[in-house]
Design a protein around this ligand. Structure first.
Ligand code: COA
Length: 160
């Protein structure tokens, strides 16, 4: 298993992985409207643009992309808001530690960039996963209508 930066050649595999998750995993716990909206935002063209604006990593298993996750900035009220974005593991490879492995790399990257608080808009299924990794649920939830739960983790304590 190799964790590396995503390239243009990976975009089809990444889009497929994300679409499979919306269809097979997230459709079980999110409304049809939310699934349809977020799914349609994940076109290859949109992902190609994100290659410039985010740091996208993939887990490459012998040439197949089996997981992806990104470090992004979603500024809020004029201030930077460093975030985990688009963390997805292939449905048939979930609960094998791949999500945690990708997060280790993303957290290391965030620390290299001197990020002290990392945010994530979590799907309904991922709240328990992020909690396991030390994230806590924010008191304010501006995207509740989108069925996303904002969570955060302080990185300045030196813990993994
Ligand atoms: C959420 C997701 C990224 C987690 O990745 P994963 O590879 O399945 O998780 P891991 O195997 O690395 O699990 C790491 C830890 O979290 C726990 N965990 C993972 N998913 C969990 C869940 N749904 N409920 C409870 N605990 C969970 C694991 O048990 C493990 O705990 P341990 O260290 O005590 O053994 C993955 O399941 C996924 O892609 N889900 C669907 C898409 C999604 O919701 N992505 C997040 C978008 S914000």
């Amino acid at each position: 298993m190799r964790i590396r930066l995503a390239q243009v050649a990976d975009l089809e595999g990444i889009a497929h992985l994300i679409h499979r998750n919306w269809d097979e995993v997230l459709a079980e716990v999110h409304s049809a409207a939310v699934v349809s909206r977020f799914r349609s935002e994940m076109s290859i063209a949109a992902l190609r643009e994100q290659l410039c604006s985010k740091t996208i990593l993939v887990a490459d298993d012998a040439g197949t992309v089996v997981a992806t996750g990104a470090l992004a900035d979603f500024p809020s009220e004029g201030r930077a808001k460093p975030c985990i974005s688009n963390l997805f593991v292939a449905p048939d490879r979930q609960r094998e530690g791949l999500g945690a492995l990708l997060m280790q790399h993303l957290l290391a990257l965030a620390r290299q960039r001197s990020i002290t608080v990392l945010h994530v808009p979590s799907s309904r299924v991922a709240v328990a996963f992020y909690t396991r990794l030390g994230f806590t649920v924010d008191t304010e939830q501006p995207d509740a209508a989108s069925e996303m739960t904002w969570m955060r983790k302080r990185l300045s304590d030196g813990k993994a």
